[in-house]
Design a protein. Sequence first.
Length: 382
Amino acid sequence: MSRTATPLLILVAVLLTANGILATSLPLGWTKDGISPQTIALFGACLYGGVLFGGLAGQSLITRLGCRRSFLFYIAIFGAANAAFVLPAPPVFFALARVGAGAAIAGLYLLIESRMNAIAAPDHRQRLLAVYMIVFYCAQAAGSAFAGLVPTIALLVALALIVCCGFWLNSFPSRPATRPVACGRDALDLAGLLRTSPAALAIGLAAGIGLGCFYGMGPLFAAAALKNASLAGTFMAVAMIGGVLGLVLAGSVSDRLGAKVSLSTVSLATAATSFALALSINRGAGSIMVMAMLFGASAFSLYPLGSALMNAVAPAAQRVTANAMFIVATGLGGMVGPLVANSLPRAMAAQAPFLVIGAATLIASLFILARPVAMPAVVMKS
């Protein structure tokens, strides 16, 4: 692994520790304040609506401001949006803050992942993306476990960690990692990227649905299933630990198995474990925790595998655009997932997030199996 990736991985660890604290402490805090589960699910959709907007606007902003100034801009927005949650305010204020936080985190992911793909050797890209996501989920799991213990203090710690991210400003060059060509039809060939990477975008959409439902409604599922809200942070952390274990395996074998086999297998496994979790709601805590770990082992591998495929099929000059498109697909899924889960009958309210995740990943796996997966851009004719 390139040494130039180390500062980026430290940055990811700091940022995602803060994000893990926020992702768990906020839904639990809103529940204590009397906000309904339906409204909390809408807050989750607002977060991924912000991710969608951030992905759409991110490429243009990064191209205009450069990576360093864009990084400071996104950190400032992310910190301010999350600081708003310590204020007494009506739900609409929290919804707007979630949109702002989502847009900022999408921009930060775009910066980090574009830089990561730019410094990765082509034959080790999926492995580096897997290492990146291992750090991602280890940090987020630690944050989630910490948040379950002391939510109020944890929220303040998260804000301090977000500010600390500024110390890793030099991880980015002054210009975008792969600066797009300023003009010309081929420079931003969105239609071409759509044609060459439908499998990657399908995985991005399914991953977004999974992430939106899991982070937006997972703590509520855990509180209902385990009959103990204090175990919600543990449930989230166990799922993320499973994600780390799954990524260790995915990172070591996906380059050898190929994109189609890897993506279809992981998608089917995610569908199976999602449905199993939905059916385990009346079982013991140990059974639910085991299913959470198995779910995380497959579900959290979707994003890095899809991102690696998206970057493999995209020309180098369009890498920022490709990452932006993938984040847009993820944001769209993350916005739609909680809304669909929220619309299911009230009798299914607790199981709804995992029923939606299971359906989405099952459809994605069938789509991948039915279509050829594009070869990497390095062997394609321009």
